[in-house]
Design a protein around this ligand. Structure first.
Ligand SMILES: [Zn+2]
Length: 347
């Protein structure tokens, strides 16, 4: 039997949604946390097909975050199969918040998935940057310079890049990799602006990140690729904020020391070194699960800490969800608790 392209797309879509609903019905998570592929394969393929359709039809991507497409998919299914739609449309669907966007849990998993998959296949520019720095015996500070530039410049013009190069000649051997963090700016419109802080589209759960995501004013030529947004710029917001605060207190701070063994290496006036990993995750559950298996490698520190942003920690539900699941050995502080501790030492 021959199917048309549309029928194949619909079959894949339905199959994927049914698999997800089956999991929910059986009391399992809709996505398999420990699996290399958390979502059903047909759903990925259907979303790819739908995206292409939208781009061909409207010349724009309707649902930039892949998980927003679950909502799009729901509507498409509704249009052709009302009975089926009733069957799949659960009010407590854990993937979608407010019926319009993926839940934080969903986004958190999505970013982890993208990062790990890229790392495993060694495709991302970050592991290749690390390898190049070792191969060419460049100073480790090259990594910090590289990363900080991207975190602080989501939309660099040619002039900004030229200035960066002339101030930092160590960057030239890895300039190709730096440029891989960016792409030509995607279509920008009033209905779908980019975020001026992280460079991502605004239609995503990252709106919950403090200071993110407000619309960019004016047009830009160059924007970060999605991996850069998810894996580098957004996680760096808290890291840069902490570095600035600690530097203002007169401390010596090194970001991402020894090729990213920690987020911050803080040297106290006593000579003691603190190693800090900062985590701005929307899902407290996923964060606890992650930190239960995480340590900070040796960079000469006497103490190690995990730090969580105040704006997340003051949410008592978040804090409780984290504390009930965190079984690790390292102390976990909010940003202000960490600063209090530093002040205590400085007295
Ligand atoms: Zn943003």
């Amino acid at each position: 039997m021959q199917f048309s392209e549309d029928e194949i797309l619909l079959i894949k879509l339905c199959k994927g949604l049914v698999q997800i609903c089956d999991r929910i019905n059986r009391g399992e998570p809709a996505y398999l946390v420990e699996d290399s592929q958390p979502f059903p394969q047909p759903l990925y393929e259907a979303f790819q097909g739908l995206s292409l359709k939208w781009i061909l039809r409207d010349e724009e991507m309707r649902h930039p975050a892949i998980l927003c497409m679950v909502e799009g998919a729901r509507k498409s299914v509704e249009a052709v199969e009302p009975d089926f739609s009733e069957f799949v449309d659960y009010p407590e669907d854990p993937l979608i918040g407010n019926m319009t966007r993926p839940s934080e849990e969903c986004e958190a998993w999505a970013s982890r998935y993208a990062l790990n998959l890229e790392r495993e296949q060694n495709q991302s520019y970050i592991p290749r940057l690390m390898a190049e720095i070792e191969r060419l015996s460049l100073p480790h500070s090259t990594y910090t310079l590289f990363r900080r530039f991207i975190a602080e410049n989501p939309f660099p013009s040619d002039l900004i890049i030229a200035l960066f190069r002339s101030n930092n000649p160590d960057i030239d051997p890895v300039l190709d990799l730096l440029m891989q963090a960016y792409r030509d700016a995607p279509p920008q419109s009033e209905s779908m602006p980019l975020c001026k802080t992280c460079g991502g589209y605004l239609d995503c759960a990252a709106r919950d990140i403090e200071g993110c995501c407000e619309p960019l004013e004016g047009r830009v030529d160059r924007a970060p690729i999605e991996d850069t947004v998810i894996c580098l710029i957004r996680p760096s917001l808290i890291e840069l904020r902490l570095a600035r605060t600690l530097e203002k207190m007169g401390l010596q701070v090194e970001l991402w020391p020894e090729l990213d063994k920690a987020d911050l290496k803080v040297t106290l006036p006593t000579g003691d070194i603190w190693a800090i990993d900062a985590k701005d995750w929307g899902s407290a559950t996923m964060l606890a699960r992650e930190l239960n298996q995480d340590t900070i490698p040796n960079i000469g520190q006497s103490q190690s800490f995990f730090v969580i942003p105040d704006y997340r920690w003051t949410n008592l539900a978040y804090q409780a969800a984290f504390k009930s699941r965190y079984k690790g050995n390292l102390p976990v502080f909010s940003e202000s608790e960490l600063i209090k501790r530093v002040k205590g030492v400085l007295k």
